[in-house]
Each structure stands twice: as structure tokens, then as C-alpha cells.
Ligand binder design. Sequence first.
Ligand code: AKG
Length: 278
Amino acid sequence: MTLQAERTYKITDQDKETFERDGYWISPKLLDDGQIERLREAHERIWSGDYDGDGLPMNHYRANSNPDALRKLDNGWWINDEVRRTVTDPLIGELTADLLQADEIRLWHDQVIYKPGIGDKATAVGNVGWHQDYGYWQCSSNPGMVTVWIALQDTDLTNGGMKTIVGSHKWGLIPDSNTFFNPNMEELRDKYAAGRDWVEEPCILKAGQASFHHGLTFHGSGANTTTEPRMSVVAHLMPGGTSYRAGVQRHDNIRLLGPRPQQGQPFANAYFPVLFQR
Ligand SMILES: O=C(O)CCC(=O)C(=O)O
């Protein structure tokens, strides 16, 4: 029996407690089967270079030409209408606003991520190293942004699902935690876990479910040992009023503020669309 999408779901006190205690919360199924299928087709189109409109994504990354390597791009919403519909979905915005008790939610940027299935090959090129998202986003005033990771197939550890470190959002920003692209999970765990309570929890999701994690929550993912790809669309969301912190760290979003960004300038133009406002 397929699950129904819960398009009218409201955050409960218990959901909020879970998010605040653990640093992440798993939603019910938010996307219906038609939308999941369209997003899977969007992946196929995107990876073959078939874009909506005449533009390009903000970034396109592939570790190397190895077909087993992780593929991802940032700001798929610039080049695919279905990704745009998903990462600007008012429901995702409202759930995030309720988790954060914020009045407005905007898109910081998105990611389209494809992790090939490698079966029993011994390679780490599909891994996502343990990291904190805010390790990349220190040019923003708010470490408490939220990443919404949406599964486009049932996802668990066999197909390289994410793991989160329970409660790690309470550790603050750990130096040099921008290690998404370091596939050596053991080395990173040893570095970050030292003297801390390191509890790994798998994010087990049905297709159309999402995990919402805090910008300081450590997370990463290992090999996809199946023979099918693991596909996802990810919306990184920020509360309204999130602004530029000058002189800390480079990020491609800074240039979207214009040629002379100013300390304290809100990320609040058309590159950062509003998903939800009270
Ligand atoms: O797709 C993954 O395994 C990790 C993605 C991630 O780091 C993120 O969405 O913040």
C-alpha cells in the first residue's frame, strides 16, 4: 500500500521538542507519488544537461569522471521547474517556520544530489563526509538555518542514507567542519568525536519524506551498496532577516547581494525566494 502525502501536516509540540533536542526531525510523507516521479525524471534531465530556461546552475560538482562518484549541483531551481516547485514549496516553508518559530522563511540555496549504486565495490567516492552545514555558511548571520533533505526513493543505510549525530547542534560551530567532500568518514569521526558524545542515528525515509536538520547538526553518508541510484532534492532554508556577515568566509551567495555587499545586508532579493510568511 502506498502512503498518502500529508499536505496539511502541522508541526506539533513533540516535533518541536524532537528538533530542539536531537537537532533534526523526520517529517511524514510530504510529496505525492506524481511529484516524486517528476523529480526523478528531473534528475535524469538535469544529469543529461537538459535544462529549463537558458541559464546554468550555480555550481556543478562531480568528484571525478568515475561513474561511481557522488554528483551534485547547487541551485537546481534555476534550471528545472519541478525542482523549483519543490524547494519553494510553501508547506516546507511553513513546517520550517513552525520548527524555528520564525515569521518568514526564504531559500538559501538548494542541492540536487545523486549517489550512484555501487553494489559491493569497495570505493568511498560516493560518501559525504561528516560536516556541519554552517561550516560553509559563516557569511550568514544565522547558524540555525534548516536543511530539508527530501528522499526520492525509500532510503536507509543500504542505499547510502544520511546519518545524523544526535544533539550535535548544541556543540556550536566546530572549526573546519566544512568537510562534505572528504570521503574518509572514520578520520572525520575521530577528529570531531574526540571528547564528545558521538551518537550516530540513521535517517530512514520513505520516498517523499524529508529530514529537517539544524545548520549545526553533524551529518554525513556512506556507500550506496545497492544497484539503484539514491536521488534527493535538498532545500537549505533560512529565517527572514538572515543577513551578510562580512569578512569571515567566501560563499557564492555573497555575490548574489550585488557587487558591493554590506555587513548586515539581508539575503532578501529574488535569489532568495520566500517560501512562507505569517
Ligand atoms: O546527501 C547526503 O548524503 C548529505 C547531504 C547534505 O550534507 C545536506 O543535505 O546537508
